[in-house]
Design a protein around this ligand. Structure first.
Ligand code: SF4
Length: 352
């Protein structure tokens, strides 16, 4: 019978210290092991040369380091974006995207396998939610990208929690991930380098505000009124716009952080002038940025991307209304960079 080993990836140094101490290792080894796993990307105990050989063998018998394995990858022709389908220990897979900006390397991590939110423009939700990722599995995505970037003598500078899954529906694991990345023995990242994107789980937004962490909150808005938003995002039935915006305002006032509103532009659905004007009405006098994202078409949904003229006009109406707004730079459309599309493609191809 195969021995199930305790996974150390995803534990804080003091937790590692406690579990290895029960096998006779000194408690200070906890931090040493954490540094090997998180800072130096060690995927097995054999390379941990600051530990005596017999201790490494003992660790190897009882513990594992839950690294992810790459199953598929795509690289945009312009080098701006790389997308990886990463297999977890149970064989399920999630997407992780590396975006190489002028100002640094940003990684978009997944927090669930699939998603239960049902947004109609999103490939991640086509088969529903399968399971939550652990904090260690979310962190493993960043560790993998750091490993990938070593060849360029670079590392991850910021994290957007915006891949498959609704992060606030997997709250404890997502918080563990963020707090772990912040530790000096781990990635030593400031809380300000994290952006968490939610479809609008109001209780989760308030809970996050109560943590007192300066993490940037992004709200997936996508429509400026309840009728149309509920059509695109069923979660709006439960937490309508008034409640969502009030929660976002509370978040902004508690943390002092400007909230980002993501607005995916879909041709002939939410890209008319009246939508832009309504959006101005919603965003006025709010501590907010609007990020317009021309949709990446998902072949099953039949949704189309508006042309550039329409996108520019939408942006102009927002600017004329005094709203801070930008269009997300086109990155990796040639590699189907939108949420869930690589995973969905691999699953679909394997069925054909
Ligand atoms: S857009 Fe985000 S919240 Fe909506 S279904 Fe996709 S992954 Fe889930």
């Amino acid at each position: 019978m195969a021995v199930i080993k305790t996974d150390l990836c995803g534990m804080f140094a003091d937790e590692i210290a406690a579990v290895v101490a029960s096998y006779g290792l000194e408690r200070y080894r906890g931090r040493q092991i954490a540094e090997w796993i998180y800072r130096r990307g060690a995927a097995d105990f054999g390379v941990m040369t600051s530990l005596p050989k017999d201790k490494r063998e003992l660790l190897n018998r009882h513990f594992g380091i839950g690294a992810v394995k790459v199953q598929a990858e795509q690289h945009a022709a312009d080098g701006s974006t790389s997308k990886f389908l990463l297999a977890l220990s149970d064989g399920l897979a999630v997407e992780t995207v590396l975006m190489r900006h002028r100002y640094g390397n940003s990684v978009c991590v997944s927090t669930q396998v699939g998603c239960g939110m049902g947004c109609i423009f999103c490939a991640s939700t086509i088969n529903g939610v399968i399971r939550n990722l652990t904090g260690g599995e979310i962190l493993s995505q960043v560790l993998y990208i750091n490993q990938f970037l070593r060849q360029f003598d670079a590392a991850v500078d910021s994290v957007v929690i915006m891949g498959s899954g609704e992060p606030l529906a997997n709250y404890d694991n997502v918080l563990r991930f963020i707090k772990l990345c912040h530790q000096e023995y781990c990635l030593n990242m400031s809380y300000r380098s994290f952006t968490l994107s939610t479809a609008g789980l109001v209780p989760g937004i308030d809970r996050l505000a109560s943590e007192g962490l300066p993490v940037t909150l992004a709200i997936s808005l996508h429509a400026p009124n309840n009728v149309e938003r509920s059509r695109l995002m069923p979660i709006n039935e439960k937490y309508p716009l008034e409640e969502l915006l009030a929660a976002a305002d509370r978040y902004a006032s508690v943390t002092g952080r400007r909230v980002t509103y993501e607005y995916t532009l879909i041709s002939e659905i939410n890209d008319f002038d009246r939508h832009a004007r309504q959006l101005v009405g919603l965003m006025k006098r709010r501590l907010a940025n609007v990020n317009l994202i021309p949709v990446n078409p998902v072949s099953e949904s039949g949704l189309l991307r508006p042309d550039k003229v329409k996108v520019d006009r939408f942006l102009e109406i927002l600017h004329n209304g005094g709203i801070n707004a930008t269009v997300r730079r086109e990155m990796g459309t040639d590699i189907r960079a939108a949420c869930g599309q690589l995973r969905h493609k691999v699953i679909s191809d394997s069925r054909n």
